[in-house]
Design a protein around this ligand. Structure first.
Ligand SMILES: [Ca+2]
Length: 490
């Protein structure tokens, strides 16, 4: 890889930082103690735009082998940046995956470990946005939050974000034509969506608010967290995105049995249109960053919160994912611990700093995002996190630390299921009374052959690792009753 350009501009800021530290010594408590102040002085604090799709699989993008769905902007993002082939989501479903992303803790430690409305972040939890706030960043979140709702400590405005637009609860984010959405603490009404009308596609409103935030704050370091809601249900997209695909694929009705949920008479065309719309919006972010002249000082990361889904009426979602090979060659779907549930696309672009068109097979996971962004911003992450900074990989600088192993767990009524990866080996245990399955990902990326019987010592090692990675979950108080479609659609 080529050597990195020098950063002469930022030498100028050093004396003022030293002066600031001196002042802090005189007046204790006026400045947060940031150990890597020297590092901060050497490099600019980049703007950070973190885009997280919802249920987009490992194989859904052209840059990851997709042939039927057009994703030119994301493919360009990959061509101009670095593509990870072994990035793992925080979990196989939404809420815990986002908790891992925001806290740098894997699901054996992170506060939110299930898709469960009563699980949320507490004041003591430290998020990426809070850390970046210490470094002078302005943070905005746009899309689906999932880690706390109105009036609770888990609300994004209580977790380091200066602005939020979108949907706090998972169920709210199921709907593309809700009659309202949150903007900070206010309900913004969309009367054009009432009476079954399709006036404002809520993802478009989310995207529009995200662009406004970037435009408004681009002169200071900004953190734009864009947990966009595509391509998760409902299965619907405005006509201009669906039309290019009509007649291109076998026509298959993929309906939703839940009352009031929108399905599609032409499901393959609809989901392809949704992913292309997401791609177009990523193109909009790229265009804006260029227009504002902040291209060279902006790190854009794109990923997905978990693998592509299965199930649905008449297994329609399974057929949809399989038709597009949405999880690539990987086994399983969202909600499973096989690679198809966990391994996700991950693209990082930062012109002049990340070598364009590069590929890495470094084994990484969502808990690595917090320490990575903290290092780039020049702040210390909390001591007990599970993540390791990816800066050495991204910037081809210094030595990349490797995980001893990766761990995931999910508790259902039947007990804990869990998985781990150490090097080439992957263990999956689908319940407390299920055997530990073992796969060799180096020779069997599709996890087709359970080799546990052949390697009992490796099974034992992974089992011990999983045992040690689990801490008891937080005991959340009972929550108000679960919201329903009537709360969001009328
Ligand atoms: Ca999801």
């Amino acid at each position: 890889m080529r050597s990195l350009p020098a950063q002469p501009i930022h030498r100028r800021s050093k004396p003022s930082i030293i002066a600031g530290l001196a002042a802090a010594l005189v007046l204790p408590g006026t400045l947060p103690i940031c150990a890597p102040a020297a590092a901060a002085a050497e490099a600019p604090k980049p703007n950070i735009i973190l885009i997280v799709a919802d249920d987009l699989g490992y194989g859904h993008l052209g840059a990851y082998g997709q042939k039927k769905i057009h994703t030119p902007h994301l493919d360009r993002l990959a061509a101009e940046g670095m593509r990870f082939t072994q990035m793992y989501a925080g979990s196989h479903v939404c809420q815990p995956s986002r908790s891992v992303l925001m806290t740098g803790l894997h699901t054996g430690h992170t506060p939110v470990r299930a898709n469960d409305v009563k699980q949320l972040l507490y004041d003591k939890d430290v998020t990426v946005a809070e850390l970046l706030g210490e470094a002078g960043y302005t943070s905005g979140g746009f899309g689906k939050w999932g880690l706390g709702f109105e009036g609770t400590s888990g609300h994004p405005l209580k977790q380091g974000f200066d602005e939020f637009f979108g949907q706090l609860l998972q169920v709210h984010a199921h709907f593309y034509y809700p009659y309202w959405a949150w903007h900070n603490n206010e309900k913004v009404l969309f009367p054009e969506n009432e009476g079954g009308r399709r006036g404002t596609y809520i993802q478009d409103a989310i995207h529009s608010h995200a662009l406004t935030f970037i435009r408004k704050n681009h002169e200071r370091p900004l953190f734009a967290y864009l947990p966009y809601i595509i391509p998760h249900v409902e299965l619907v997209v405005p006509e201009d995105s669906e039309k290019p695909y009509r007649g291109k694929f076998p026509k298959r009705a993929i309906l939703d049995t839940r009352p009031g949920y929108i399905g599609s008479e032409d499901g393959y065309a609809t989901v392809a249109g949704m992913i292309s719309r997401l791609d177009r919006q990523v193109g909009g972010v790229l265009a804006l960053v260029k227009e504002l002249g902040i291209d060279d000082n902006t790190l854009i990361i794109f990923t997905s919160d978990n693998g592509a889904q299965n199930g649905g009426k008449d297994a329609g979602w399974t057929a949809m994912t399989d038709f597009f090979e949405g999880n690539g060659p990987l086994r399983g779907y969202k909600g499973t611990f096989y690679e198809g549930g966990l391994r996700v696309p991950f693209i990082a672009r930062w012109p002049g700093r990340i070598e364009p068109g590069t590929l890495t097979d470094h084994i990484a996971a969502f808990q690595d995002v917090l320490p990575t962004l903290a290092e780039l911003a020049g702040v210390e992450p909390p001591e007990n996190i599970d993540g390791l900074s990816l800066v050495p990989t991204l910037l081809a600088r210094g030595e990349q630390r490797e995980h001893d192993g990766l761990y995931w767990e999910y508790a259902r009524s039947g007990g804990l299921s869990r998985a781990a990866r150490i090097g080439r080996w992957k263990a999956v245990q689908n319940g407390p009374r299920s055997p530990v399955e073992l796969y060799d990902l180096e020779t069997d990326i599709s996890e087709s052959t359970n080799v546990a019987a052949k390697h009992p010592e490796i099974v034992e090692r992974l089992t011990k690792f999983m045992d040690a990675a689990h801490e008891p979950p937080r005991d959340f108080p009972p929550r108000i009753e679960r919201p329903t479609i009537k709360d969001y659609v009328r």
